[in-house]
Design a protein around this ligand. Structure first.
Ligand SMILES: NC(=O)C1=CN([C@@H]2O[C@H](COP(=O)(O)OP(=O)(O)OC[C@H]3O[C@@H](n4cnc5c(N)ncnc54)[C@H](O)[C@@H]3O)[C@@H](O)[C@H]2O)C=CC1
Ligand SMILES: O=C(O)C(=O)Cc1ccc(O)cc1
Length: 369
């Protein structure tokens, strides 16, 4: 096993999750953290051992500390573990690489990487061995990376169950500005706006609000460092959104019903948003799947929901998502099931045969001209 023994430095959410995944895959993992209690908690959740590693035997070092600490910790790891491949999981890559060039250390054993998976939580107690399963994990070799070191990082990605994507550091940083850092700030602005909303209004909050604000619950200290490290790539994206927001404000103030021939008007913003959601790839970077929705009426009788779920299970069709809606006027509920188009007819038939009332949601009605 070429990855054993491995050392994880920084045993918070990401580092402890890497430790859990490597340990579950049968690798020996040693844990280090500036705060020894974090390493001990990580060991307690199955991320590895806090026993010190034999430095010259270590095959792989994974550095999972906050962005500002990455470069010095990587430089130190390259010196302390003379035979190891060293990678990091930092959210921004170019600045770290430039600092390593300047350090004069043996950078051929360094290959940066970035798992595109995590959460709004921090610390080892929130670690999960399956955090990276089926998620994209960027591998960012540089012109002096040894091929064997790049292969070790590919083996790490595979051991964690993730999907590798190889990318240059600058391309990576431009991409994450768009797909991670800008969305984070949109969530932050939206959630921050809620601080001025009275509690009797907040009690109306639904799932949509929770969806767009979840990542704003992340550690501000970590995100200040991420945004600071990627501000050059982020600024043009923020300015582009600023332009769109200014146009939207004008369109709403002017006449929300107006549909300009030149792609202007509120409707054009909404259509652009809809088109954007369809651009997001499915799992493994595959083309986005357009799911079909089936809506099953839930009668107001005891045990109806559990019978319904049992019959969905019996149908043997893979359900990608479920949502329950209530019709307050009719005291009735609806279960909305998202399924791949090839499974939808089989599920509809199976549910109808079992006596359920099944339909498809109304298409969004066109507004009168
Ligand atoms: N939070 C997320 O969802 C994701 C974070 N990342 C990246 O992973 C890295 C770690 O982030 P999290 O695990 O979320 O943070 P975290 O706050 O959960 O864990 C960071 C750990 O590093 C330790 N640490 C700090 N400075 C250290 C040093 N000089 N030496 C040794 N240990 C040190 C801390 O005590 C803490 O245990 C960051 O660089 C972040 O950009 C990457 C993907 C997802
Ligand atoms: O929680 C989520 O959905 C995330 O997207 C977490 C995340 C945070 C930082 C990263 O660099 C990568 C992923």
């Amino acid at each position: 096993m070429s990855l054993s023994p491995a050392v994880v430095i920084g045993t918070g959410l990401v580092g402890a999750s890497v430790g859990c995944a490597l340990s579950a895959a049968g690798h020996r993992v040693h844990l280090e953290d500036r705060i020894s209690a974090h390493a001990q908690v990580a060991a307690g959740v199955g991320a590895g051992s806090t026993d010190p590693a034999s430095a010259d035997q270590v095959a792989l070092v994974v550095v999972a500390v906050p962005p500002s600490a990455l470069a010095p910790v990587i430089v130190d790891a390259l010196a302390r573990f003379p035979r190891a491949t060293v990678t990091d999981v930092g959210s921004v890559k170019a600045g770290v690489l430039h600092a390593l060039w300047d350090s004069g250390g043996d950078v051929s054993r360094y290959v940066g990487s970035h798992p595109m998976a995590g959460s709004q939580f921090s610390g080892p107690l929130t670690a999960r061995a399956d955090l990276f399963v089926d998620r994209t994990w960027v591998i960012a070799p540089h012109r002096k990376s040894a091929p064997a070191a790049t292969q070790d990082v590919a083996d790490l990605v595979a051991a964690c169950g993730a999907q590798p994507v190889t990318m240059d550091v600058e391309v990576h940083d431009a991409a994450v500005a768009r797909v991670s850092h800008l969305p984070h700030l949109m969530s932050v602005l939206m959630a921050g706006h809620l601080t001025a909303v009275p509690s009797e209004q907040l009690q109306l909050a639904g799932q949509g609000l929770r969806d767009v604000t979840r990542i704003a619950g992340s550690d501000p200290g970590l995100w200040q460092q991420i945004l600071g490290a990627n501000s050059a790539a982020l600024l043009p994206e923020l300015r582009a959104v600023q332009d769109q927001l200014a146009k939207l404000i004008n369109d709403i103030a002017d006449d929300p019903e107006r549909e300009g021939q030149d792609g202007t008007g509120v409707r054009a913003h909404l259509e652009r948003g809809l088109a954007g959601t369809r651009q997001i790839p499915g799992k493994h970077g595959a083309a986005p799947v357009q799911y079909r929705q089936l809506v099953v009426e839930i009668p107001d009788t005891p045990g109806a929901l559990s019978r319904l779920f049992a019959d969905v299970g019996e149908a043997g069709v893979n359900v990608e998502d479920v949502a329950i809606q209530h019709d307050p006027d009719r005291q009735i509920g609806y279960l909305s099931l998202s399924v791949t188009p090839d499974g939808a007819d089989a599920l509809a038939k199976s549910m109808a045969d079992a006596g359920w009332s099944v339909g498809e949601p109304d298409p969004t009605p066109d507004r009168p001209a």
